[in-house]
Design a protein around this ligand. Structure first.
Ligand SMILES: *Cc1c(COP(=O)(O)O)cnc(C)c1O
Length: 295
């Protein structure tokens, strides 16, 4: 998988002007029409590994609205793997929503798990064996965890900062499982700082996830990162009229599409922090647009 060229777009508005900072958006959302944004980087080395192991089938799990499910289904079709998605919600069916319809068109087969089954498949040490039993398939399988974060995903995300052609001080991204933020933090140069905007109401969880990855990759000195926990709007996929109004204003001003689950919350939080003077004058800030807008 060759790295596509990714545009870096400079944003201008009064808030930035008054704060005296520069902000550019790295348009990872334009990486690929379906394997959008950070998911492309998370899958890159996993697909190589799956091929290396002669796996025929990619197996993963997710909610019925998961961008990860879309990305795995599309990647399977494009790179020649069968795909199986274990979907949370036994009441669902193949064409329950546009995510599942799209994934099905790509050839993904589904197994619908009850919440209890799903929780067990996700949380046990024996996940791999349990998934193999649950899927009950004869073909060689390559398992991708829920949300797609594993060692090879973090490795892929370490390449994101190399796409930025200008010097920068601060880099921001939204945080779901923290795999993307971990990869970014692991690739920082001295003096650079990463801020992850959590999209879940789970204080403390992301810090420990990123620290575990840093320990795992044995990076020295310890990368400079922080999690911003004040912009999750109540939890995953929760929104508010204020957030939705911000997104449509931002889109019409800057001609960059956002969505309310990830990029919208990050940009709202980032603009709020810039407005309240949290950044030094002349800071050069990069916001990573992680995707999810394709529908
Ligand atoms: C999956 C996803 C994220 C979260 O990435 P993590 O590595 O799980 O933190 C962020 N933005 C978009 C658009 C996503 O689809």
């Amino acid at each position: 998988m060759q790295h596509p060229a990714i545009p870096l777009e400079k944003i201008e508005n009064d808030i930035l002007h008054q704060a005296g900072v520069q902000l550019s958006v790295l348009r990872l959302d334009l990486t690929h029409p379906q394997i959008s944004g950070n998911k492309w980087y998370k899958l890159k080395y996993n697909l190589q590994e799956a091929r290396h192991l002669n796996a025929e089938t990619l197996v993963t799990m997710g909610g019925a609205y998961s961008n990860h499910i879309i990305a795995v289904a599309a990647a399977g079709k494009e790179y020649g793997f069968k795909t199986i998605g274990i979907i949370r919600g036994e009441e669902l069916h193949d064409s329950a929503n546009s995510v599942l319809r799209f994934a099905k068109e790509c050839g993904m087969k589904f197994l619908f798990a009850t919440r209890e089954e799903y929780r067990q498949l996700r949380s046990t040490r024996e996940t791999q064996r349990m998934i193999r039993n649950f899927v009950n398939s004869q073909s060689e399988m390559y398992l991708l965890p829920e949300g797609g974060t594993n060692e090879l995903a973090v490795k892929g995300c370490r390449e994101i900062t190399s796409l930025i052609p200008i010097p920068f001080d601060v880099i921001c991204c939204p945080v779901g499982t923290a795999g993307t933020l971990a990869g970014i933090a692991l690739s920082l140069k001295p003096g650079q700082h990463a801020i992850g905007f959590s999209v879940l109401n789970a204080p403390g969880y992301h810090e420990s996830e990123v620290k575990n990855w840093i320990t795992h990759f044995q990076i020295n000195p310890f990368p400079n990162f922080q999690i911003e926990n004040s912009y999750h709007f109540g939890g995953y996929a929760n929104t508010s009229p204020e957030l939705l109004a911000f997104i449509s204003d931002f889109e019409s001003r800057h001609k960059i599409p956002l969505e309310p689950v990830y990029s919208g919350k990050m940009m709202f939080g980032l603009m709020d922090r810039i407005r309240s003077g949290k950044f030094l004058k002349n800071s050069s800030i990069i916001a990573i647009h992680t995707g999810g807008v394709g529908g």
